[in-house]
Design a protein around this ligand. Structure first.
Ligand SMILES: Cc1cc2nc3c(=O)[nH]c(=O)nc-3n(C[C@H](O)[C@H](O)[C@H](O)COP(=O)(O)O)c2cc1C
Length: 351
């Protein structure tokens, strides 16, 4: 397919660039990518639609937060076949993030390390994008669009609730779902908001303020099993619609020691840790709320492994950087074919 061929042609040049510069160059071509993707027909087969609590993902592979923080390429993600599209993290205030370089490729490991630090234009700018898309009649028809919310760096943890509420007030009524992100490792103190009392305060304010729009909680893989169980319980009691697990890890599992940059690790080496923690979260959720599995998903088998662990759907980020624009349609295509052979996705999962 033309889009894939183009990507494979430019990929060596992109991978010679600093990772974030390559990201920016690629974003400049997103309009072209959308037109080519629309022409190629890459959206998931309707048989792959999956219920994620009150939402229906168009397919079991969604876009994880961080790739499109400001919501500038929503129509392209939809055309590329993502089952759901998560934007952000946005914060109450626009902020530049950490100093560059802050994004590193580990090509052999199929991994990334990042310490972006929530560089974003702020919740109000994302709201403007979403409003414009809705008014133009271009809102994705099948893929839900979520807004992932974090805390502005300049705001101390004691005032975190107010900062999340600023974002929520800007975005209310515009996103299909919200995510409370308390799990990114690159904002000092953020992950302390995963502890019981601060989390109760935060979710106790955010869930009602979302006024019926589903709110998910995104958790880190570096929490102990007990802390994960506690966080899930707080989320369920607060009325969250589901849990997203996991974010990146500060640990360096299964790597060679060449990974000496500070930041969160994602991609293939994260998968075993993420799977272990996702299993804990699924058990703690006990069917009361759905779990979206994230961490090193790159193939149809990876997706099936997480669905078999009890996840309702998955998301990915890092594999897209390595696999390129045909990845999602490729995974969904293979899942649809295998589901057909098995007599449906449910049966394929049960095998
Ligand atoms: C460069 C980069 C930036 C990210 N930014 C965010 C973010 O802003 N908010 C968030 O919740 N997760 C963020 N993530 C984490 C991803 O959403 C995902 O949870 C994690 O990368 C694991 O999935 P993966 O192995 O498929 O990449 C980021 C990941 C990467 C690699």
């Amino acid at each position: 397919m033309l889009l894939d061929t183009l990507y494979k042609t430019v990929r060596p040049a992109l991978f010679r660039m600093d990772a974030e510069t390559a990201h920016e160059r690629t974003f400049a071509a997103m309009g072209v990518a959308r037109v080519l993707a629309e022409a190629a027909g890459m959206r998931p087969d309707p048989s792959l639609a999956c219920k994620v609590g009150p939402l229906t993902f168009a397919g079991p592979v969604g876009l994880a937060a961080g790739l499109d923080k400001n919501g500038v390429a929503i129509r392209t993600w939809d055309a590329l076949g993502f089952g759901a599209i998560e934007l952000g993290t946005v914060t109450g205030q626009a902020q530049p993030g950490n100093e560059r370089p802050r994004l590193f490729r580990l090509v052999e490991e199929r991994a990334l390390i990042n310490r972006m630090g929530f560089n974003n234009l702020g919740a109000a700018a994302l709201a403007a994008q979403l409003r414009a898309l809705r008014e133009a009649g271009h809102w994705p028809r099948h893929a839900p669009v979520g807004a992932n919310l974090g805390k502005s760096k300049v705001v101390p943890n004691e005032e975190a609730v107010a900062d999340y509420l600023v974002s929520l007030a800007a975005l209310r009524g515009l996103a299909d779902y919200f995510v409370v992100n308390v799990s990114s490792p690159n904002t000092p103190g953020l992950r302390a908001l995963q502890e019981k009392e601060p989390l109760e305060r935060l979710l106790g304010a955010v869930v009602p303020a979302a006024a019926g729009t589903p709110v998910f909680l995104k958790l880190a893989p570096d929490l102990t099993d007990d802390a994960l169980v506690e966080a899930v319980e707080v989320a369920v009691q607060a009325g969250c619609a589901g849990i997203l697990a996991t974010n990146t890890t500060l640990s360096r599992p299964g790597t060679t020691g060449r990974l000496d940059q500070a930041g969160g690790l994602s991609g293939a080496p994260l998968a075993p840790l993420a799977h272990a923690k996702i299993a804990v979260v699924v058990r703690a959720a006990a069917g009361r709320v759905p779990v979206v599995g994230i961490g090193g998903v790159a193939t149809a088998d990876d997706v099936l492994a997480l669905l078999r662990l009890g996840c309702a759907a998955t998301q990915l980020y890092t594999a897209f950087i390595y696999g390129g624009p045909a990845l999602i349609a490729g995974i969904h295509g293979e899942l649809a074919r295998r589901a057909r052979e098995a007599g449906g996705l449910e049966r394929l999962i049960a095998r």
